[in-house]
Every structure is written in C-alpha cells, then in structure tokens.
Design a protein around this ligand. Structure first.
Ligand code: SF4
Ligand code: SF4
Length: 625
C-alpha cells in the first residue's frame, strides 16, 4: 500500500501527491486535515448567522439553548440553511446560463467575433418551443428573439418556465397542484433569500417545498438554458474518442489547461490553439505543438463536443500543476480553488482568470467579453507559448486512458436507431434493469474517485446502464468504463445491449449543467410509456458531492421524481423533521426521496432495491435485492 492510497484510488493522483509532498507544496488534503475536527454545529446545520442579533447555535444535546435570539428553533435554522444552499447552487448554474444567453444575443447583432450558430436545427427547435417565429427568417434574427425570450424568463413572471413544459404532463400537473411549478429563474432564488431573511418564512416544510421549486428553476430553467444555448453556439455533442488523466499532458508541447465551467471562454481558447499563427509560433519556440486539455466541467464541455482530453477532475486541479508541465491554466468560474494562484509560481505555470465575476489571488486577470474573446484568446495562447522556455523539470507519471464521450440525448437516441424504443424494450425484457445517473463532485472527505468508481462498477455488473456527468464522469472515464471493450465489466444483459449497439456501459452525458440531459432523457422514456418519471426504474447518485450546485441538482432530481442517493451527509442532522421529510416524507409529495449512504457498496444495494421495486410496480420481471 502506497503512502497516498488512502487519499485517492487514482495512480496519477497518488504519484503526484508524493511529488508535491517532496516539493513541500500543500494540497486540499493537508488543508482539510488542518480544519479537522470541523465545527459540529455547522455539520448539523445548527448554526445561524443570518442576522446581527446572532450568530446563534442550537445545542443538539438539549442542554444548552434550543432557540436562537429571534426564537428560531432547530427545524427553522436547518431548513433555512439548506434553502440557502439550494439558492446558491441554482444561482451559480443559472447565472452561467445567463452568460450564454448574452453571447447568443451578441451573436445575433454581430457583436461577438468568432462565435456563431453551430447547430441551426437546435436553434429552430428551441425557438419554436419559445414561440419565436422561424418561418422565412434568418438564423440571426431568430437567435436575437430567442435570446430575448430566454432573458425574460430570468426575471419576468409569465406563468411558468417554458422548458418545464418538457416534463411529462403528470409531473407538471403535480408541480402546479402542490405549488412548486417554477416561475422566473431569478425569482425563485430571490424568493428563497427573502423567505430565509429573519422574520419571514418560519415553516420548515414550506421552506423545503420552496427549496424544491428553487431547484426546479435551475434544472428545468437556468441549467437547461445553459445546455441548450451551448449546443446552439458550439454544437450538440456526438460520440467521440478522447483521452483522460494527467498522462494527456505532453512533454514536448506547450500545455494549456482550461478549468471551470463556461464554454464561452474555453471554446475560444481551443480555436486559438488551432490557429496556424499560434502553431507556427510554438514551432519557433521549440515546441512540437500546442496541447489543450481540460479540468472539471469546462473540460467536460470541450470533451463532449470536440474530444479535447481531460487531465482530471476537482481533486486533481492542484496536482495537475504539480507536473511542472503546464505553461498556462486559464480559469473562468466555479470549483476553482483559490489556492491555485499561490501554487502556480512553484511550477512556472501562468494562472489567468477571465471572468468579471471571479477573481483569484495570485492570478493575472484578463477579462473575456463576447466582443474581445477571439483576440484575447490569441493573446493568452501567445503568452503560454512564450512561457514554454521557462519550463523546468517535468513529471508526467502515467499514460492516458482512452475514453468515448459525447452522449447527448440526441446522440443516444441516434445510437438507438432514432427512437428510445430499443432501450425501453431492453429494460422491459430485464436485459437492462434500469438506468442510474452517477453525477457530481469530488470531496476530500471521501477517497478520491472511490465513491464514483465503486458504485458504477457494482451497478453495471448488475446490468444497470449508467449515465454520468461532471467529475463523476471523469472518474469513470479514468477507470476505463467508457470504451466499447468495457462491456466486459457489465452483466450479461447490459453487455449484450452494449455489444449490439457498440456503446460503453457508462455513457458520458457532459458537465454539471448537462445533468438536465438526464432529465430530458427520463422525460422521453416516461412519455413513451405514458407514465410519470417517478414510475420509471431510474435513480440518481452523487457519491462524492461537495458543492452547493450539487445540492440544487439533487433537489431538482428528487422534485422531478428521481430517487437520489448522496454520499456525504448534508448539514441537516440537527433537525430530524427535515431529515425525515427529505428521506421519506417527500415520497408522498413528489414520488421520490433522498437517501444518504457514504459507502458506495451499500449505495449500490439501495439503488438496486429501489429500481427493482419500480420494476415490480410496472409489472416487469424483478429481482429480490
Ligand atoms: S436569524 Fe435568529 S437564529 Fe439566525 S442569527 Fe439572527 S437571531 Fe440568530
Ligand atoms: S462536478 Fe462538482 S466539483 Fe466537479 S466541476 Fe461540477 S460542481 Fe465542480
């Protein structure tokens, strides 16, 4: 057993942790150790700093205070805290979506050189969905009207969000009946902040119900807009071959890493890397080429659409710099550790921040806007090339793992022959027991990638088709689950389906905002069977989640009818009322619940039990688990 095997299951991670220890450079794991033990009140959700009469804490043992200064009890404080986590996650995804809509609006008026409409078919389809006239009009005029219609949805109340209309009719009726159908995108987040102000909503149940509505405004609103507009601007993903892990860095080339979430920046950097001017400059500086690789979800965006390699997921972001082989890391926003700026000079890497809303200590700030992006991308790539000569010793300890990505809903339906029927038939026959979305982050409290990979392995062995996104998708790609040959890991039924269709047993569906692709696929299956999503043999899991965005994703999965298992416990154990509502009471409200199970072996059993129960209710052959 190696010294760092308890931190990560990945070989590149273990070797780079040793390297960084030798270099005396700290990482997220050392900082977690410095913070341990963490505050028990906060872990249970029992601390409140909403107002200046506080901060307040509730004593979980019942001996100390049971009410904050204002009189709020444990239920109110826990529900308010969780509500604010959902609001922050929904805001992050939806603001990302807004940025894409702004680029679409700029493209429409020719104010975004280098950006274009790359999927006209999707533009027309989505425009019609929004009631935009398409007949006899040019693409730019349609794009301008679509952008305006989407912008309206962020703030203006006109009934309910357009794309919530993609949910099965029964689900939409349920949302309206219980008062959680999402209205404006920003409205739901703003209302959550209002409700959780001192002296507003002090019903833990009503706070949690609004939490579901807030999350739905993300899943069927902000995130769905982000995904659809990204497809319109950059192309809808199609299956492609790519490579993953730190081995994608190249000793003899200029290595540029893009990290963050928004393809508005990374797409332009990719085009600059491909330009003849930059390739010539790189050759002049003695490099064999320019190698662009991604981290986290902006990496997933490029991988999905262009097969650009991904160097790692969330917990690899510091370690990648430790290779000494990265000339430049260009970040946009979300999941970018502020430690990176201080770490980079140890290894010659130039760190660049690009968003007007995301600054980092120790990074050079070069702000991207639609009108300057093409030029700025060239400037940055030039700087990276010039930095090649500053490179010292490098350490790229592994070779890359091959992978296949690019499974948008459109690509999956095409692989199935143009209709979801073959998938439904395989599920009905029991060859595929059900489908599970394995999604979300890394968290240093869980051994890196162990949760994702163990859960996924157990599921495919038992004939469960896995679709994944975000850092989970990178973990599973590194584990080798995303090539056609990985069908060998699957149970006999899933293996047969994969071999017939030539697909891997684990389908990469994209970045964090692309979790909405899973919702759309689930809705298509439900519609084909004329049932609700909650009737289907489906489940979701976030075995290593850490971010507020993941809380919002989990909440919109559950509110959409998908049973969802979390690895790390959210900060709710201070209120058994909230715990019971989320883990059982919601079943009567939205037909799905959360479960929390940090052990992925046990999580796999929970999921199988749930899915087999759904099969039984549908009258399909089922197994006792
Ligand atoms: S809102 Fe109430 S519980 Fe929270 S800090 Fe203020 S007084 Fe304390
Ligand atoms: S999956 Fe989580 S850690 Fe990874 S990029 Fe998305 S939000 Fe960040």
């Amino acid at each position: 057993m190696g010294k760092y095997d308890h931190r990560t299951i990945t070989r590149d991670g273990q070797l780079l942790l040793q390297k960084m220890a030798n270099d005396q450079v700290e990482t997220v794991w050392e900082r977690l150790a410095d913070q341990t033990p963490q505050c028990g009140y906060c872990e249970m959700g029992l601390s409140c700093r909403v107002c200046a009469m506080g901060p307040c804490r509730i004593d979980p043992f019942g001996e100390g205070p049971q009410k904050g200064v204002c009189g709020a009890d444990a239920d109110i404080i826990v529900a308010r805290n969780l509500g604010r986590m959902i609001a922050a996650g929904a805001a992050a995804h939806s603001d990302h979506g807004r940025d894409l809509v702004e680029v679409l609006a700029d493209v429409a008026v020719d104010n975004a050189p280098g950006y274009a409409i790359r999927d006209q078919k999707k533009l027309l389809r989505v425009a019609r969905e929004y009631g935009v006239e398409t007949e006899g009009r040019n693409a730019l005029a349609i794009a301008g009207d679509l952008a305006a219609a989407m912008q309206d949805e962020f703030g203006t109340r006109k009934g309910y969000l357009t794309m919530a209309g993609r949910a099965p009719a029964k689900r939409q009726e349920l949302w309206k009946r219980i008062g959680i159908a999402p209205r404006g995108i920003d409205r739901e987040t703003s209302e959550m902040m209002h409700r959780t102000h001192m002296g507003v909503d002090n019903g833990w149940q009503s706070l949690m119900l609004h939490g579901l509505r807030n999350a739905l405004s993300d899943g069927w609103g902000g995130s769905m807009i982000a995904t659809e507009v990204s497809d319109i601007l950059f192309g809808t993903p199609q299956p492609n071959s790519n490579q993953v892990n730190v081995g994608v860095l190249k000793e003899d080339q200029v290595n540029i890493i893009v990290h963050g979430h928004n393809p508005v920046v990374s797409e332009m950097i990719m085009r600059a890397c491909e330009s003849q001017e930059m390739l010539t400059l790189a050759a002049e500086k003695g490099a064999a080429g320019i190698n662009l690789a991604g981290l986290c979800c902006t990496g997933n965006e490029l991988l999905m659409r262009h097969g650009i390699p991904v160097a790692g997921n969330h917990l690899m972001t510091e370690l990648v710099v430790g290779t000494g082989a990265v000339e430049m890391m260009i970040v946009d926003y979300q999941c970018i550790m502020p430690s990176l700026g201080a770490l980079a000079p140890c290894y010659h890497t130039k760190m660049i921040s690009t968003s007007d809303k995301a600054r980092f200590p120790g990074m050079e700030h070069h702000e991207f806007h639609p009108d300057n992006a093409a030029r700025l991308a060239l400037d940055l790539v030039r700087k990276a090339i010039e930095n090649f000569s500053q490179r010292g010793e490098t350490y790229i300890p592994v070779t890359p793992t091959p992978s296949v990505g690019g499974f948008s809903v459109e690509a999956i339906i095409a692989a199935l022959g143009g209709t979801p029927k073959p998938l439904i038939d395989a599920i009905a026959a029991g060859k595929i027991r059900g489908a599970v979305g394995v999604v979300g982050c890394n968290n240093p409290k869980i051994k890196h990638d162990y949760g994702h990979v163990t859960l996924t392995k157990r599921l495919i062995e038992q004939d469960y088709l896995v679709v994944d996104t975000g850092c989970a998708a990178v973990a599973n790609a590194k584990a080798g689950f995303k090539v056609a040959e990985a069908a060998a890991y699957a149970g006999p039924g899933l293996r047969e389906v994969c071999q017939t269709l030539g697909i891997p047993p684990v389908l990469h569906m994209g970045s964090c905002v692309d979790n909405v692709r899973i919702l759309v696929l689930a809705a298509a299956l439900a519609d084909a069977l004329q049932v609700d999503i909650s009737d289907l043999p489906l489940a979701g899991a976030a075995p290593e989640w850490y971010s507020e965005k993941a809380v919002s994703i989990g909440a919109y999965f559950v509110a959409s009818g998908v049973f969802t298992v979390l690895g790390p416990m959210p900060p709710i154990t201070g209120s058994m009322n909230v715990v019971n509502l989320l883990t059982s009471g919601l079943s009567d409200v939205v037909g799905a619940t959360f479960a929390v199970e940090p052990d992925p072996e046990k999580a796999a059993l929970l999921i199988q039990r749930h899915v087999e129960g759904k099969r039984k209710a549908l009258g399909l052959p089922y197994r006792q688990v």
